[in-house]
Every structure is written in C-alpha cells, then in structure tokens.
Write a protein that binds this ligand. Structure first.
Ligand SMILES: NC(=O)c1ccc[n+]([C@@H]2O[C@H](COP(=O)([O-])OP(=O)(O)OC[C@H]3O[C@@H](n4cnc5c(N)ncnc54)[C@H](O)[C@@H]3O)[C@@H](O)[C@H]2O)c1
Length: 362
C-alpha cells in the first residue's frame, strides 16, 4: 500500500498526519510512505527523521496525491487541493463536510472513499479521533479567552482568576463533552466562576461529582443559556451533534446583553458554529468584534500547539492506519468496530446519515 502524507496548507496549520515513529511502524508492516518535504517541520519533526524511519521524501505535493492510494491528512482538502484528488482515492482526515458542501461535491464526483476522523465511533458511541483534539481545543479556549480579555487585545480588562477582594471573571461553557469538560477544568483551575450547560444530564452529573459544587451545572435550555451568557466575561461554545451542523445555542440577542469587551470562543465553528454571530476566522486574523464583543472562531485551534496535537492525534489514528495496511482499506472498514461510521463518501454517495442530512442529500 502506498500512503501519501502531504504538507498541511490550511492557514496556520502546524500539525502533520504521521510522526516518524508511525512511519516506521507503517513501513515495518510493508507500506510505502511518501512524505512531503517539510511536512513535519512545524511540529518539530525533521525530514531526516522521516527518512531514517523509512519514508520517501517527495518535494512536490502533486507527486504524492498522484501516486498514493491512501492519503492521510489532518485537515480537509482546501480548494487548491481539489484538483489533486485522484479518482477512487481513499482520503483519511478530518473532513467536517457539513461545513464544506463544495468539498462534498468534489468527493462525490471523484468517487473518493472519504473516511472522516470525526465520525469514527468507539464501541461506547464516543468519537476516539475527535476526542484528543477536542480536549486540546477545550484547554486552549481558556488561555485564548484570557488573552483576548486583556485590554490591549480589545478585551474588557477582566482577569479571569480575579484577585483577593475582587470577584473573579465569569465563564459560561455550553456543551460539557470532551472540549467543554476540558475548558471547565482549566477555567476552574484558573479560579474563574464557571457555569457549564448541557442537554445531557449525565455529563452534568459527572461535572457536579468532580467539582463538588465549585462549578455550576445547568440544563442547556434557552433561559439558562441566556442568563449564563449575559453574566459571562467569556463564553465557550462546545456543543456537538456528530456529523451534523452545530445547533445555534447562543443567539445574537444574548450576545447583545454581554458587557463590551467580553469574549466568545466558538470551538464548534468547524461544524458551522453554535453562536448566531459567529463566522470562521483564522490564526492570521483570529478575532473580530460584533456588538462590542470579541469573537474568536478558528476551526483548527490545536494547530497552535502542533507538537502536542500531532502526537495526540497520531496516537489515536495509529490503530486504524495499521488495520488499513494489514487488511486493506475495504476489509478494514467491514471488520473494524466503528470504522464504517467514519465513511462519509463512497462510490459517489454520502453514506453517513447525519452528514447526508446536514448537506441536504437525505
Ligand atoms: N475549533 C477547533 O479547533 C476544534 C478542535 C476540536 C474539536 N472541535 C469541535 O468542537 C465541537 C465539540 O466537540 P466535542 O468533542 O467536545 O463533542 P462532544 O460530543 O464530546 O460534546 C458535545 C456536547 O454537546 C452537547 N450538546 C449537543 N447539543 C447541545 C445543545 N443544543 N445544547 C447544549 N449542549 C448540547 C452534547 O450533549 C455533548 O455533551 C465539535 O464541533 C468538534 O468538531 C473544534
């Protein structure tokens, strides 16, 4: 099997889809791995390390896309890569197709077997390839929020942890899954006043048990969300309906009630965002102000910590990649628990129900 690892080209992306150690494992199983020159550099992995692990270093992305039957990436192909996708090729990456209908059309037209990291399911229904990046994004959301609350960065000048005699900042987190729970952990660690909301009461039970009242848990109904947002210095959006476009849980009306200079971090922007006033931003230009509130909505936040993220991501993708090499992609899909749920496009059709619904194909 020939596996291609192109350099990521999304704005500010620093992750790479394999480490040298993973290349060595793939090669030991009989695969040929083509790695684009410089692909691992932003994450601190030199070409020489990949070469020493048995990779073939290719200077051009085009050569990799043309020759590999399996392309392993981190982010979805961008428009400039659409033409590089080969007919019938297998693509293993984060796709988030609900947010990029044009890419879905390309994958269908080219009969690409598109396996999305974010919809692969573990036995218990959890999402093992989304989890590590969500945890990272959740933890980052607090340091980002704290940074943009600083006066010089356009914020209201609130110190989230407060200081003795001055009340600490208020953080509202909507969604208590992987990213929300990790945002909560850092927010509580900073000494902020934290409110976390979810529809799933089991998630709230867990948070309540863990923090023993130090964090407020609330059912995510519109009235509770509105009250929490109005009082918050920082709102973190962390909801997910797997494969589907994110539901809007924070409306413009709620945002208007916030103090000027307060901050929104919408982690769910990769699924279209869960705040009415959100639009995607980039690492180059990460924020904009609307209604006096700082909006942050970078869809690839883990790229800020490319080395940690690359190691965390590749540890999660490794078992699947190994199965692809050992069994062949098609048999691996049939035989590996949860992998079929990862298949978003196959033979010119959208085969994941939630993705098909979100894109209006079902
Ligand atoms: N921006 C980035 O860089 C980045 C990085 C990683 C993950 N993400 C995204 O973050 C989002 C969250 O991922 P996750 O792994 O934390 O998901 P998760 O499934 O672990 O948690 C989502 C939570 O949202 C809750 N939820 C669903 N609908 C809700 C609603 N209407 N109101 C309140 N809660 C609701 C669910 O009950 C669940 O607890 C996803 O869109 C994911 O793709 C973005």
């Amino acid at each position: 099997m020939i596996i291609g690892i192109p350099k990521e080209i999304k704005n500010g992306e620093t992750r790479v889809s394999v480490t040298p150690a993973l290349v060595a494992r793939c090669v030991s199983l009989g695969a040929t791995v083509l790695v684009q020159k410089g692909a691992g550099m932003p994450a601190g992995f030199a070409d020489a390390e990949y070469a020493a692990s048995g990779a073939k270093i290719e200077s051009k992305a085009r050569t990799i896309w043309k020759n590999a039957e399996l392309i392993v990436k981190v982010k979805e192909p961008l428009e400039s890569e659409y033409g590089l996708l080969q007919n019938g090729q297998t693509l293993f990456t984060y796709l988030h197709l609900a947010a990029v209908p044009d890419l879905a059309k390309v994958l269908l037209k080219k009969n690409v077997l598109g396996i999305a990291y974010e919809t692969i399911e573990a036995r218990d229904g959890s999402l093992p390839l989304l989890k590590p990046m969500s945890q990272i994004a959740g933890r980052l959301s607090l340091q980002i929020g704290a940074y943009f609350l600083q006066s010089q960065n356009g914020g209201s000048g609130v110190l989230l942890g407060g200081v003795p005699g001055v009340k600490s900042g208020a953080v509202a987190i909507v969604g208590a899954g992987n990213s929300g729970a990790h945002a909560c952990r850092i927010a509580a660690g900073m000494g902020a006043r934290v409110t976390i909301l979810d529809l799933d009461t089991r998630k709230l039970d867990m948070i309540d048990d863990l923090y023993r009242g130090a964090v407020t848990t609330l059912a995510a109904n519109p009235a509770n969300i509105e009250a929490a947002v109005a009082n918050a210095d920082l709102v973190v959006g962390a909801v997910l309906i797997p494969g589907a476009k994110a539901p809007v849980v924070v409306t413009r009306q709620m945002v208007r009630q916030m103090r000027p200079g307060s901050v929104l971090v919408d982690i769910a922007v990769d699924q279209g965002g869960c705040m009415e006033t959100i639009r995607p931003t980039s690492h180059e230009s990460p924020t904009y102000k609307r209604d006096g509130v700082v909006h942050y909505a970078v869809p690839n936040m883990p790229a800020m910590v490319g080395r940690t993220s690359t190691i965390a991501l590749t540890q999660a993708t490794e078992p699947f990649l190994v199965r692809f090499i050992e069994k062949g992609v098609k048999s691996a899909i049939e035989e590996t628990q949860g992998l079929a749920k990862g298949v978003n496009t196959r033979d010119g059709k959208i085969v994941n129900t939630a993705v098909a619904k979100a894109l209006g194909y079902a």
